[in-house]
Design a protein around this ligand. Structure first.
Ligand SMILES: NC(=O)C1=CN([C@@H]2O[C@H](COP(=O)(O)OP(=O)(O)OC[C@H]3O[C@@H](n4cnc5c(N)ncnc54)[C@H](OP(=O)(O)O)[C@@H]3O)[C@@H](O)[C@H]2O)C=CC1
Ligand SMILES: N[C@@H](CC=O)C(=O)O
Length: 441
């Protein structure tokens, strides 16, 4: 019998405990697939003696000394499902430099300082796999890294955060406000006790950085990603989107472009956007994720599935464990990622989109002309205007009216300047919302 591939598991929470369960349940099949058994030799956690359900593992394997575990001679593969930047970065750099294969789900670390991990992997000639870091169970990173390697990816558009997709889908289905939908997401266990990373877009921005780096063979960090969350999306925005035949999604968009000198650039952004119901991402509901990839020769590809949760994420972790275990037995490591392109990041101000702008204005003659004049001054062309009564006032009386303006494509900076000037107009009582509109209606 071939000697076992020995695993150190760092973290035994939502994902880690499912990794333990799957390793146990699938052990016979995994051994047959790899050609050697997998053996957990230690599990690092923050607190010992915590109730972890009926985990099929010896209690004596648990330790709070993660670094000590990593350094042991009998560890071949380190699986990191703890999360956060430190101490995870130090652990993984140590493991990779020592030639140990690493499998991680840590998107925050990869997006903040993936370069440190890749450099350590090259130094130690070790494997670094991280399929679970983006879109949970969905096989996405390896298709980008391997299957699409002969093609040129031009754009990636995705819904990569399950919690926010659940919230926006609930707002769309029931007309609920953001706070109410967040409460439901928390009750169902989708949102964490502190949902900031999800609802403010940090989680999606980290995933966008990882996707853009792989798709365009360049190094993008979370700091390069323009980020907006969904906390400002209102029930009125959702209703307005419906009236336009659209729905609102938190999108991650990474695209190639060119600067004024003709040099290739990349733009990466995460923000809520209205998309037409005919768009492939519009029907992605609940806590599901989906990523739409546009490549030169392959055309349009769509990846869909469960992007969060213990078991789906553990499935992706296990897939990576099998790959690195096979590599070790064959005495090879995966080819290094090709981050040769060094593309400049295009400023958000140059991003071109359409906009949906809602205004609460005084309902009196000339208001439309004044508002339209502001858009014209900033070279933002108006596509449609809809006027309704905001407070039940009499038309033409000077009471409040609601104006909803949808623009043609315009640069983000021009729209920001337009909104800035609208705020200062005395007939504009408030700019109630500004949302981007993506995809052709
Ligand atoms: N949950 C999900 O749906 C998904 C998660 N991920 C990523 O997977 C990783 C893990 O997430 P998740 O399982 O949800 O997180 P949890 O918070 O459920 O689990 C974290 C685990 O790490 C342990 N831990 C924390 N700090 C330390 C430390 N200093 N030393 C040793 N162990 C420590 C905790 O120990 P203790 O049990 O003692 O508290 C716990 O077992 C993260 O990077 C996350 O972003 C990726 C995709 C989806
Ligand atoms: N909090 C994340 C979990 C997976 O990455 C989400 O909601 O998608």
């Amino acid at each position: 019998m071939t000697s076992p591939v020995r695993l150190a598991l760092l973290g035994c929470g939502t994902v880690g405990s499912e990794v333990v369960r799957l390793l146990h349940e699938q052990s016979t099949d995994l051994t047959a697939r790899i050609g050697a058994p997998l053996e957990i030799v230690g599990i690092a956690v923050r607190r010992l003696g915590r109730d972890r359900g009926a985990l099929p593992v010896d209690e004596a394997l648990f330790t709070t000394d993660a670094l000590g575990l990593i350094k042991r001679d009998d560890v071949d593969v380190v699986i990191e499902v703890v999360g956060g930047i430190e101490p995870a970065r130090g652990w993984l750099v140590e493991a990779l430099r020592a030639g140990k294969s690493v499998v991680t789900a840590n998107k925050a670390l990869l997006a903040e300082d993936g370069a440190a991990l890749h450099d350590a992997a090259a130094e130690g000639r070790a494997d670094l796999y991280y399929e679970a870091s983006v879109a949970g169970a969905i096989p996405l990173l390896r298709p980008l890294r391997d299957s699409l390697h002969g093609d040129r990816v031009n754009r990636v558009t995705g819904i990569v955060n399950g919690t926010t997709n659940f919230i926006l889908s609930a707002m769309d289905a029931t007309g609920a406000g953001f706070a109410e939908a967040l409460e439901e997401a928390t009750e169902l266990g989708y949102a964490e006790a502190d949902p900031t990373a999800d609802v403010e877009g940090f989680d999606a921005a980290a995933k966008a950085a990882i996707l853009a780096s792989l798709a365009f063979h360049t190094r993008i960090t979370a700091a390069d990603v323009h980020r907006e969350g969904i906390t400002e999306v209102t029930a009125a925005d959702v209703a307005s989107a419906k009236a336009m035949g659209c729905t609102i999604k938190l999108l991650c968009i990474a695209a190639r472009g060119r600067d004024a000198a003709g040099s290739e650039t990349v733009s990466v952004r995460v923000h809520p956007a209205m998309i037409p119901l005919t768009h492939p991402l519009a029907s992605v509901g609940d806590a599901f994720n989906a990523v739409f990839v546009e490549a030169e020769a392959a055309g349009q590809l769509m990846f869909y599935g469960r992007g969060a949760g213990g078991a789906p994420t553990a499935s992706a972790v296990l897939g990576d464990v099998v790959a690195v275990a096979r590599n070790r037995l064959a005495g090879v490591r995966a080819a290094s990622e090709s981050a040769y392109a060094d593309l400049a990041v295009r400023p958000m101000g140059e991003a071109l989109t359409r906009y949906h702008v809602s205004l609460d204005v005084a309902d009196r003659p000339g208001v439309l002309a004044s508002v339209a004049g502001v858009f014209a001054r900033h070279d933002v062309s108006i596509a449609t205007v809809r006027q309704g009564s905001a407070g039940g006032g009499r038309p033409g009386s000077g009471d409040d009216a609601e104006l909803v303006i949808v623009t043609h494509m315009a640069p983000d900076a021009a729209l920001a300047a337009t909104v800035g000037e609208l705020h200062g107009l005395d007939i504009v009582r408030s700019v109630t919302s500004v949302l981007r509109v993506e995809g052709e209606a």
